[in-house]
Write a protein that binds this ligand. Structure first.
Ligand SMILES: Cc1cc2nc3c(=O)[nH]c(=O)nc-3n(C[C@H](O)[C@H](O)[C@H](O)COP(=O)(O)OP(=O)(O)OC[C@H]3O[C@@H](n4cnc5c(N)ncnc54)[C@H](O)[C@@H]3O)c2cc1C
Length: 399
């Protein structure tokens, strides 16, 4: 059986390992323009020089792969089961995984050509090079990638400003109170934060913001989100609006074609709505399920997360899952003795959580959200009081 995997990142590596685990004799070909495989979330460390490429690589996974092709898919014929390659050739498959990820969004503004994205290892090195000739930098976008970029530039000695279009940083991973704590900490790190504005125009060494202010910035990094790399599928017949649509086995509708990771869209664990995955954790899990199913399994993907994050920013540990702001009809409980702790309930169901500072016991709440567990009044009360433990579920008659 010939398995072809398009993309050389985590969804691809996870799928290759699953296929190899199930079928030691499978032929697995990976097609990727990037050298497989490295931890994308660690590229800010390439930027600030604290890690080298070999430190962030997990090249061990290459052992699962029979053949690596340094190329890019540019067309798909699902009737003939062939992928057209940018270099001109064609590649046949029995099973195909599309794990082409996503690419950074660039705002359509005058001077946009000067904006530097942070998506690949090459981007990180490019930003590092640009930083060596600059004293000031502007980072457009105050999400996780923008903040990591800003901190890396700060570490390189630049004066950094983050401009975020929304009212607060790190939406939707944090609520406004949590974001305010991060903003305060960033200021202590010497990073200026401007919210409720974006960049309107870029000219040599300067950026004009939507509010009219002119900012000195010979280096402008952009991190306003990413969009699935699916444009090359035009004409293939696959539904790829906002990410390739897949069924519960992660099949993309056509015989033998699967999709996983940032390139795919699937059901949100919390809301049940179709979302495009843009999280490492989703890509790991989807890659594993797709790989198992390509090798003959029948695994069902239980859902993906819009918010699922465990990280540390400026020394503040934080975990958020599901959602961080309550919708009408939902109840939010916020408090915490040693940090900030927020739970969001829809009746007996926990829909979201955010722990900052003290993240102990976060795992149990993530599991409750994932499993859509209905909590008894007593369990709910204990969750609010931060005394809920696994024993509360093991006890007969806990309700
Ligand atoms: C700086 C940064 C920090 C991040 N931090 C976090 C974090 O803390 N937590 C978190 O959950 N997520 C984080 N992410 C997001 C996370 O990295 C992605 O969700 C994850 O990498 C998606 O994996 P993937 O395998 O689906 O796709 P990608 O990692 O996007 O890889 C796609 C691969 O496909 C290749 N490709 C593209 N087009 C083609 C084509 N036509 N043919 C063949 N190959 C192609 C690309 O070159 C690439 O190798 C971060 C991302 C960045 C950039």
């Amino acid at each position: 059986m010939h398995h072809v995997i398009l993309g050389g990142s985590i969804a691809a590596a996870s799928a290759a390992a699953a296929i190899r685990g199930k079928d030691p004799r499978a032929e697995i070909t990976v097609v990727s323009p990037e050298t497989p495989f490295y931890f994308r979330p660690l590229i800010p460390m390439l930027m600030d020089g604290s890690r080298r490429m070999e430190d962030i690589s997990y090249a061990g996974q290459v052992k699962d792969v029979t053949r690596l092709i340094s190329d890019r898919a540019e067309g798909l014929d699902t009737k003939r089961c062939v992928v057209a390659l940018e270099s001109g050739g064609e590649l046949g498959y029995d099973r195909l995984l599309i794990a082409t990820g996503s690419a950074p969004l660039i705002p359509e503004i005058p001077g946009a050509g000067a904006l530097l994205p942070l998506r690949t290892a090459a981007d990180a090195l490019e930003l590092r090079k640009a930083a060596s000739n600059a004293k000031d930098a502007l980072v457009v976008g105050g999400g996780l990638v923008g903040i990591k970029a800003a901190l890396a530039l700060g570490k390189l000695g630049l004066r950094v400003t983050i401009v975020e279009k929304l009212a607060h940083l790190l939406h939707p991973r944090l609520d406004s109170r949590g974001a305010a704590a991060v903003e305060e900490r960033l200021r202590l790190y010497g990073i200026r934060v401007i919210t409720g504005e974006t960049v309107a125009e870029v000219s040599t060494g300067k950026a004009r913001l939507s509010g009219g202010a002119l900012i000195e910035a010979p280096l402008i990094a952009v991190a306003i989100g990413s969009a699935p790399c699916t444009g090359w599928l035009r004409g293939s017949g696959l539904k790829a609006d906002g990410g390739i649509c897949v069924d519960e086995n992660l099949m993309a509708g056509a015989g033998g074609v699967f999709a996983a990771g940032d390139a795919a869209s699937f059901t949100d664990t919390v809301t049940g709505l179709k979302i495009n995955s843009a999280l490492w954790t989703n890509a790991v899990e989807m890659g594993r399920i797709a790989g198992e199913n390509m090798a003959g399994g029948k695994l069902v993907c239980p859902g993906i997360w819009r918010v699922l994050n465990a990280t540390e920013i400026c020394g503040i540990p934080m975990v958020s899952a599901g959602k961080t702001e309550a919708d009408p009809g939902e109840e939010a409980y916020a408090g915490g003795h040693f940090g900030y702790r927020k739970l969001i309930f829809d009746g007996p169901r926990l829909k979201g959580m955010l722990f900052m500072g003290d993240v102990k016991g976060a795992g149990i709440y993530t599991n409750i959200i994932r499993n859509r567990t209905e909590l008894s009044e007593r369990q709910k009360q204990k969750a609010i009081e931060a005394t809920l433990g696994y024993a509360d579920f093991a006890m007969a008659g806990a309700r």
